[in-house]
Design a protein around this ligand. Sequence first.
Ligand code: C2E
Ligand code: MG
Ligand code: MG
Ligand code: MG
Length: 275
Amino acid sequence: RAKTHRQGMYCFYEPKMDHNEEMRLAMELDLRQALTKDQLEVFYQPIAEIASGKIISVEALLRWRHPVRGYISPAVFIPLAEEIGLITAIGEWVLRRACADAVQWPKTMSVSVNVSTIQLRDNSITAAVESALSCSGLEPSRLILELTESALVGDNEGAFTILTKLKRSGIGLALDDFGTGYSSLSYLRKFPFDKVKIDKSFIDELTGNADNLAIVEAIIRLCGILKMGTTAEGVETQDQLDLLKSIGCELVQGYLIGRPQPFNRGVDAWSLSER
Ligand code: C2E
Ligand code: MG
Ligand code: MG
Ligand code: MG
């Protein structure tokens, strides 16, 4: 069925090995046009403060609306965009879009934008942030960049210089997916992060696994001592939320609070206090 469409050549259900390369190539060609053809969209997922029950932030999550395949997950096309040198252009577009959308929300709300390690390495991120902020008029304090630990390894000093500069410009920094990568405690101390996002894999096992609970509790305490807030990712149940509250977690994000949704749906539907 896929072959009836010119752009549907890469069928994700095709088991043949040699088809993989063909599929990747076709996707690559399509992705190169996604920006100019206006196929990229930014969805927003709410982040709530446990203590107040208020939505204080949203995370910008990129979506590719493919004319044939429908929505394609960023987990699929971001690694490809990084590989073929498109991530910097795409990342700059996301930053501009997210800042332009965020100025239309209440001033109490900030927006988190995921940044690829490559945007840090190629030194484009500071200019991209400055331009997105000045074009939109968004206060720097309402922008948070999310980075994973992969951005911090290797050229450690280079990353340190850029992050310190970004921090001085007044924006916030969050360490994403904490616990899945190197989880180096020295990173927590060395780099100027405001928030640590505890990966969903820990939250999934929170209620059933005592070791997991102990780890999450220890991360929260450590972050507290280092004056950083903690966000739990992928919170899906009330039990998880109750447990996170009891161990002092500051912020929560997950389907329980709200799913990622297009900007035009607005932010009014989200509330933790009504739960
Ligand atoms: P992430 O930054 O860790 O984002 C959280 C992911 O978890 C999102 O997946 C979100 O939809 C999903 N999620 C949130 N709450 C729940 C929950 O309760 N249950 C479940 N099952 N999932 C939940 P998404 O949107 O597919 O994004 C995947 C990853 O793609 C992101 O992980 C991020 O690393 C990357 N990404 C997304 N947008 C961008 C972008 O603009 N630039 C870059 N460089 N990476 C992006
Ligand atoms: Mg993120
Ligand atoms: Mg994350
Ligand atoms: Mg994650």
